[in-house]
Design a protein around this ligand. Structure first.
Ligand code: JHZ
Ligand code: ZN
Length: 409
């Protein structure tokens, strides 16, 4: 039992069920010069709130440090993410009849990967993102971007200027927010009458069932379910009206549709019931998951160590945040995995936090032809397997670490 208070409902009595040790910040890749300097590590413990069911980590690293210094994540590096975003934008435009007098606001708009679809159609947008590198990319692409964290104060300022949003989109950001209630209060204030909010986030049910423990890192303060989102938005006079499921996106993503008025769909009712029946309303299911995590880590280490004993060379694909958790929490250093490749040029030439593998361009796989490649960005498994045909045709194999380590030739 922890003495922390729940980030959503404020209750005490949080039950810690998983301890991933002290890990560095998952997006804090290092320059060569920084390798010899000190590197901060922070505890990574995960807890369940028996009052509102929200799963959350206990440590809170200041948001400026996570998202302003060193945040190099760009959403546009996945074709799958781009296609998904484009479909969502097009569907919203049609369903809500958006036009030149509408306003679409995206919280954590990153490099403009989503809003550019509205801009193309002449629909006014406002991006909000405090991270300098992605915001620069968005501005360069013609997406107006406020470089700030979103909260009720910013919402009050915008509404004070007479701006309200017909659509508010919050993709992969709710998990990052320390003041969940402030953000939802801001959404309520900013949303025009009759407007709609869509929130996307990986779902904790998939995290547990597919054992995606590596998606736990300090940027992700909360791990959402339908139940915990329902409780959260209701507290602010909003209604969870619909839910969609994207099993292949970021390891299993839900999109929640929220509005000022109640109009609950059968899929919301079904999902809430399903989460209850599967035990996600109690701590036991999470404690069982913690046991699964230990098994995966041990199996992966076995696989890598025996390959190394046979003289095999091992690399990894994707300098993803989740890759940093996998390597650090499992204890996979340069003795096991030599280097990591990634398509993002801003990450290339840098080093993985904590474990210090150099990050190289994907072409390094064909140049070096390591025997095995750990798929750290397993959420893009099919995309990457296809893209790395040449490496695989020459005898290279991938190891997909979760839900159980699997070798793919
Ligand atoms: P990727 C992200 O986590 C970011 P991460 C964030 N923390 C979040 O909340 C979750 O998603 C949901 C590269 N890549 O997206 C790009 C290739 O090199 O799984 C990325 O560096 N080649 C906001 O960081 C990394 O892999 C490719 O073909 O765990 C993937 O990172 C593709 C498709 C990607 O996210
Ligand atoms: Zn709670």
């Amino acid at each position: 039992m922890s003495d922390a208070r729940c980030r959503s409902c404020g209750a005490g009595g949080l039950e810690t069920f998983l301890d991933l040790g002290k890990t560095p910040l998952a997006d804090a890749t290092l320059t060569a010069a920084e390798l010899t300097g000190p590197e901060d590590r922070f505890p990574l413990e995960v807890a369940f709130c028996p009052t509102c069911t929200l799963v959350q980590i206990l440590e809170e690293v200041p948001a400026e440090r996570l998202f302003v210094d060193n945040y190099l994540y760009l959403s546009s590096f996945s074709d799958a993410v781009l296609a998904h975003a484009r479909r969502h934008a097009r569907d919203l435009v049609d369903a809500r009849s958006l036009g030149a007098n509408s306003l679409v606001v995206e919280i954590a708009s990153n490099d403009g990967y989503l809003l550019k679809n509205f801009v193309e159609l002449g629909i006014p947008v406002l991006g909000i993102d405090p991270s300098p590198a992605p915001a620069d990319a968005a501005e360069a692409a013609g997406i107006p971007t406020l470089r700030e964290f979103f909260g009720d104060d910013l919402a009050a300022r915008l509404t004070g200027e007479g701006r309200q949003a017909d659509v508010i989109i919050a993709n992969n950001v709710m998990a990052h927010v320390p003041d969940l209630n402030g953000v939802v209060a801001g959404m309520k204030r900013l949303l025009a009458p009759g407007g709609v909010i869509t929130i996307e986030n990986p779902c904790v049910v998939d995290l547990v069932e597919r054992c995606e423990f590596d998606t736990i890192y300090h940027e992700h303060l909360c791990y959402l379910s339908c139940t915990s989102v329902d409780t959260l938005v209701r507290r602010h006079g909003l209604w969870l009206n619909d839910v969609e499921y994207f099993p292949d996106l970021h390891g299993g993503t839900l999109r929640w549709w929220v509005g000022h008025e109640p109009a609950r769909s059968a899929s919301v009712v079904r999902r809430l019931e399903d989460e209850r029946l599967k035990g996600f309303g109690g701590g036991l299911r999470y404690r069982r998951f913690a046991g699964d995590v230990e098994h995966i880590q041990a199996a992966l280490l076995d696989l890598l160590r025996s390959a190394r004993r046979e003289g095999k060379r091992i690399a990894a694909y994707g300098a993803a945040a989740k890759g940093a958790t996998l390597l650090n929490a499992t204890g996979i250093g340069v003795d096991l995995v030599e280097f990591v490749v990634d398509r993002n040029p801003m990450k290339q030439g840098r080093f993985m936090p904590g474990t210090h593998q150099p990050i190289r361009p994907p072409e390094a796989l064909v140049d070096e032809q390591p025997d095995l490649v750990v798929m750290l960005a397993w959420n893009f498994r099919d995309e990457i397997l296809e893209q790395q045909r040449a490496y695989r045709d020459r005898g290279g194999a991938f190891i997909v670490p979760v839900p159980v380590p699997e070798v793919i030739t």
